[in-house]
Ligand binder design. Sequence first.
Ligand code: UTP
Length: 288
Amino acid sequence: MIRKAVFPAAGFGTRFLPATKASPKEMLPLVDKPLIQHGVDEAKASGIKDMIIVTGRGKNAIEDHFDVSFELEATLRKKGNDALLSVVREVTDDADFFYVRQNLPLGLGHAVLRAMDLVGREPFAVILSDDVIDAPVPVLRQMIDAYGKHGAGAVLAIQRVPREAVSRYGIIQGRRVARGVYEVTDMVEKPAPGKAPSDLAIIGRYILPPSIFRTLQATKPGAGGEIQLTDAIRSLIGRERVIGLVFDGKRYDAGTKLGFQMANIAFSLKDPEIGQGLRAFLKKEKLT
Ligand code: UTP
């Protein structure tokens, strides 16, 4: 039903400078996988095959990562290192990768619009790979299930956030239609805590109808002179059924230094190879 996922990855990642001066933020590793691979793996596990990555200058490492490395594979094969060979192969297995450039970083909405020709006339998913979600069922899978079940035109991943944090997010106004499912009646980008219609924040996973492209084309630059995705989704309301799904999972904002470190610690502690060693280190050095 949803076959394509768009990964906007053309931003400058300024919050990680100088690390992101010459390498993409999306390639920062969470334990041993780049952030964007976590997103791609989530899409694959949700039944999606076509990965459309919106890139820009200095993002070549992303294309190289999702390409076959003949020399590396030949070397690992020669050494008989089958375990690493399969780790390397899994990166590109079961998916096709497509790229489009966003020549100017004119905002998330503009990045999604750049994928219009590659998406065509079908509903699609958008994944912001710096929102890392550790979930028992991949969040996109949860959203695709809700999309089918509730006859929605668009699905937004939402999460309750503390009232004092609402001004960092797009916040929905909605009517609860089932457990964890809200029919979105309006949304506000980064409201002041007193002005927020709820404490339900939009997180970086979306299922969108192809009509969003027409809306994006007509969307004027909003906050920060950028074409905002939330502004375009807002104008879908009324024409399409837009629902918000409170997903089951723990989300980390790996687009900030603190969130990125939290995600790394949480994922490392769960990692079968290094979890025990890290726990022992934290205890020994009284870091917990
Ligand atoms: P962010 O604002 O979190 O990413 O955008 P950024 O701009 O790279 O980071 P900072 O704020 O400078 O630290 C969310 C996602 O949207 C993409 C980014 O690459 C990121 O994955 N994006 C944003 C684009 O692809 N194009 C844009 O014009 C803006």
